[in-house]
Design a protein around this ligand. Structure first.
Ligand code: LLP
Length: 429
């Protein structure tokens, strides 16, 4: 018998895993696997913890939820009810934001490599566009002069859990460097844009505060220069998302007290010192709000022992959760029906996809696993379902949410017929 340390909303009830008070075994029996299970309460708690830290230090705060982390409409609605704004990166995300009830003023679009028809769509919706290049700004101004323009700057400091997820610094495709940013504001001002914002997003999965400290300093110094040289008053200053969540056992939580003392408090005084008025301080968390609010349940189909390895074959592969394959990311895994048993064996946990990279975990210590066991892959709420695919012609998983004491289906499992919906089958001859 082992006593594992669990974080909310996980619990051990006599060796069986509970998620937000619900037996995951019963959920898997009711809805089948692979299954994403979400906790409404945890999403709200995550939002409120972050929002309170910010608002306690600076009165004008906006939390933009980065939709790409989890696009479930119920998640969007829950965050809307908490007062969240939305960070979007595609017309599709804007469409989903508007469809789930966000007003255009609450939606910011930060795209890259944006098409003209997309810009026309965005202008038509009245959301705020945060431009990523001079070309995008010029093309936007040809369509219409929007009431608000924001520029994504590259503060020359990037960070992130993987090179794919570092989105600032000398080699980054994102944002404008200082000189170019100043020019972009001058262009917008000349075109009679009246309201302005400034933005950065340095990367994703950042557990230390230091990179933000440096990047925010740079962002504010650029804002000061633009204010002084171009005469721009900033309605908002957006420091982006990227706030990390611990995945590995040795990872520590992002220290919110440190975030407030080293970022929010200096932000307030610098804004005053630089004469920047009272702009909103905006953050754009995706992962921080939803990551630990969801687990992925997957059933064990096969246990295969070779001369060198022990494989646990499950029904979720990189079609269901791509992060381990794509970034080598570590996700904690529990044998949900054996949480009180000690880790005894070392397994590769592999999926049903016909590629050798299809592993949720390699060399993972687990209790002895048998066919029919149920695994829970933790921290699956961010970039889990949203990056899933139909690869190998496998319909996508279902999503269930624990809310108000009930388990509610918030996305039905795809069926075989869904694999063919967009195809236009022509004759074979
Ligand atoms: N704002 C912008 C402009 C972004 O591009 C992103 C994420 C965010 C905010 C939210 O970042 P977050 O707070 O979630 O770290 N698929 C990767 C993460 C890619 C993030 C891309 N941009 C992963 O699974 O780790």
């Amino acid at each position: 018998m082992v006593k594992r340390k669990f974080r909310e909303p996980l619990e051990d009830r006599k060796g069986n895993l509970l998620f937000d008070g619900f037996s995951v075994k019963e959920l898997a029996e009711k809805y089948d696997t692979p299954l994403y299970v979400l906790s409404e309460k945890r999403i709200r708690d995550n939002y409120n913890r972050l929002h309170s830290m910010l608002i306690n230090n600076y009165k004008h705060v906006r939390v933009y939820y980065a939709v790409k982390a989890n696009t479930n409409l119920t998640v969007l609605r829950i965050l809307q009810s908490e007062g969240a704004y939305l960070d979007t990166v595609s017309p599709g995300e804007v469409f989903m934001g508007l469809s789930s009830g966000y007003t255009p003023e609450k939606i910011l679009f930060t795209g890259t490599s944006v098409r003209n028809d997309e810009l026309r769509f965005l202008v038509g919706t009245n959301i705020t566009v945060n431009v990523d290049s001079q070309s995008e700004l010029d093309r936007l101004l040809k369509i219409a002069v929007p009431p608000v323009v924001s520029v994504r700057v590259n503060p020359e400091v990037g960070a992130g859990h993987h090179s794919h997820c570092i989105t600032a610094g000398p080699d980054s495709k994102f944002g404008l460097m200082e000189e170019d940013a100043v020019k972009a504001y001058a262009t917008a001002k000349k075109a009679r844009v009246e309201r302005f914002g400034i933005h950065m997003h340095i990367g994703s999965g950042i557990l230390e505060v230091e990179p933000y400290v440096l990047a925010v300093e740079k962002l504010l110094s650029i804002a000061k220069r633009v204010h002084e040289q171009v005469g721009v008053e900033f309605e908002f200053i957006d420091i982006g998302g990227g706030l990390g969540v611990p995945y590995n056992p040795e990872d520590k939580d992002l220290d919110l007290a440190e975030f407030s003392s080293k970022i929010v408090v200096p932000f307030k005084s610098k804004v005053k010192e630089y004469g920047l008025g009272k702009p909103f301080l905006c953050v754009e968390p995706g992962r921080y709000l939803v990551c630990d609010a969801s687990i992925l349940l997957t059933s064990v189909n096969t246990v295969k022992v070779t001369s060198t390895k022990k494989f646990v074959g499950v029904d979720a592969g990189f079609n269901t959760l791509v992060r381990p394959t794509m970034y080598g990311s570590y996700h904690p895994i529990l044998v949900a029906n054996k949480v009180a048993q000690a880790d005894k064996e070392t397994y590769d946990v592999v999926g049903p996809i016909c590629e050798s990279g299809d592993a949720l975990a390699k060399d993972r210590q687990l209790p002895k696993v048998e066919e029919g066991d149920l695994l829970a892959v933790l921290n699956a709420g961010a970039y889990g379902f949203s990056m899933s695919s139909q690869y190998n012609s496998r319909p996508r998983a279902a999503e269930v949410m624990i809310r108000q004491g009930k388990d509610v289906l918030v996305r039905k499992r795809e069926e075989l017929s869904d694999l063919m919906t967009s195809q236009r089958m022509q004759s074979g001859s």
